[in-house]
Design a protein around this ligand. Structure first.
Ligand code: GLY
Ligand code: MN
Ligand code: MN
Length: 433
């Protein structure tokens, strides 16, 4: 791994929180992700299944975590199964977790080779009444691939039809939504790397640069700072491309007078940052660009203030909608009549701001986290309003990542990433030859 070792106390705490919510006489199993194929012998780079990582810190394929707090033998209350390593694997693939290393990383005393899983698991199932399956129940999930977890669940239901089933996901959604101090540090580290990338490109963006050249500058900066790279597919969208919300081609040339919208975040130790900045390609906003920019910034600042303990997700989005509506009236994009005759289920502001304002952020960019209960301290959210005006070839989004605190306004993990338009202009014009 490129990242510094995470203290195992984090994973020990996470397991304690999870097992405290399990039913009596139950066990839970968590499978790693597969290594996904491309074709021939090519594969995608491995990415660990985030729940397994959250509970163990094991960042390796072919890994299974088993939690069984009521196991008869104490050594079987927590077991990590890892792929057996040997000299041949060491030569071809490099270092893999030994049993000792797996214990060091995770704090789990009992580590077995994966080849022993079936035997051990079948033995423990005879002691258990309920098994927790780790289904993906994220509100935006749309996965077509059968995961290792899916295959395990199918097999398990065949082999143990008389056991009771339970779901890990509701527990994990609740737990992962509220971050531990160690996690906040990791998120800060990811945001700090993103900051370095942004400062690097401020020096480089000028008319004629290609979107992919900007992308390359970020990646260079991220990797040299021990990030694996982008936390999600980066959007580097000049001019009208900014109005394609999921524009990821990044293959256009940036032209004089255009804006450049960059939705880019570094990952660090599997944690995501998620930033959007919109800058003028030539280093100076036009009057109109600045007007729209300041409107988006005001919405972002007002929305951020609402992220306090007790806020309800639905109410928050309604309030942000009202503020956005008033800004769009000010910009002359909506009329009072538009607002008066709007359909409450599809308010008028959605024409220019069609996505949500926030999402949980953590191990996944659109992270797990409770959305139906009041917000709590140490939840981490993005705040990302935008105004998109295809008629003016203009799209502006600004996005920061913030932590809800016990009292007062949230803490901005991106406080050091320039967002003030004056500051951006000054920085863009300071280092140029
Ligand atoms: N970059 C993805 C998002 O902002 O939600
Ligand atoms: Mn984003
Ligand atoms: Mn986001």
């Amino acid at each position: 791994m490129k990242y510094d070792r995470i203290p195992r106390e984090l994973f020990i705490k996470n397991r304690k929180k999870f097992t405290a919510r399990m039913k009596p006489s139950s066990l839970a199993v968590f499978n790693s992700n597969d290594i996904y194929p491309i074709g021939a012998d090519s594969t995608m780079p491995f990415q660990q299944q985030r729940d397994l990582f959250y509970l163990s810190g094991a960042d390796q394929e072919e890994t299974i975590l088993l939690l069984f707090p009521d196991a008869v033998e104490e050594k079987h209350q927590e077991i990590l199964f890892v792929r057996e390593t040997n000299e041949h694997i060491a030569v071809w693939e490099g270092e893999k977790l030994t049993k000792e290393m797996a214990t060091e990383v995770s704090g789990i005393a009992t580590v077995y080779w994966l080849s022993d899983f079936k035997k051990v698991f079948y033995g423990l199932m005879t002691e258990a009444e309920t098994i927790y399956f780790n289904t993906n129940e994220h509100y935006r999930q749309a996965v077509e691939t059968q995961t290792r977890e899916d295959r395990f669940i199918i097999q398990c239901k065949k082999d143990f039809p008389a056991h009771l089933w339970a779901r890990s996901s509701p527990i994990l959604q609740e737990l992962r939504g509220v971050k531990e101090p160690e996690e906040l540090q990791l998120l800060q580290a990811a945001c700090d790397i993103t900051e370095k990338g942004f400062r690097r490109i401020l020096d480089k963006v000028r008319p004629g640069i290609w979107e992919y050249e900007v992308e390359a500058e970020y990646l260079h900066e991220f990797i040299r700072r021990r990030s694996r790279g982008f936390a999600y597919a980066p959007i580097i969208a000049s001019g009208n491309n900014a109005n394609v919300l999921h524009y990821v081609l990044n293959n256009n040339q940036c032209r004089d007078g255009e804006l450049l919208l960059m939705d880019v975040g570094a990952e660090y130790a599997n944690y995501s940052s998620d930033m959007t900045r919109t800058i003028p390609v030539n280093g100076r906003f036009t009057k109109r660009q600045r007007q729209v920019y300041e409107a988006v910034l005001r919405v972002k600042d007002a929305a951020t203030k609402m992220l306090v303990p007790g806020t309800l997700w639905e109410e928050y989005h309604k309030e942000v909608g009202k503020i956005m509506t008033s800004e769009l009236l000010g910009l002359g994009l909506l009329t009072k009549a538009d607002v008066q005759r709007e359909d409450k289920d599809k308010p008028a502001y959605k024409k220019y701001f069609m996505h949500g304002t926030s999402h949980h952020l953590g191990l996944d960019t659109h992270d797990y986290g409770a959305l139906k209960t009041p917000m709590k301290p140490n939840m981490v959210f993005t705040v990302e309003p935008g105004i998109y005006i295809p008629d003016e070839q203009l799209g502006i989004r600004l996005e920061d990542d913030v932590v809800i605190r016990d009292k007062g306004e949230p803490f901005n993990l991106m406080r050091n990433i320039p967002i003030d338009p004056e500051e951006i202009e000054a920085l863009m014009n300071s280092g140029k030859s």
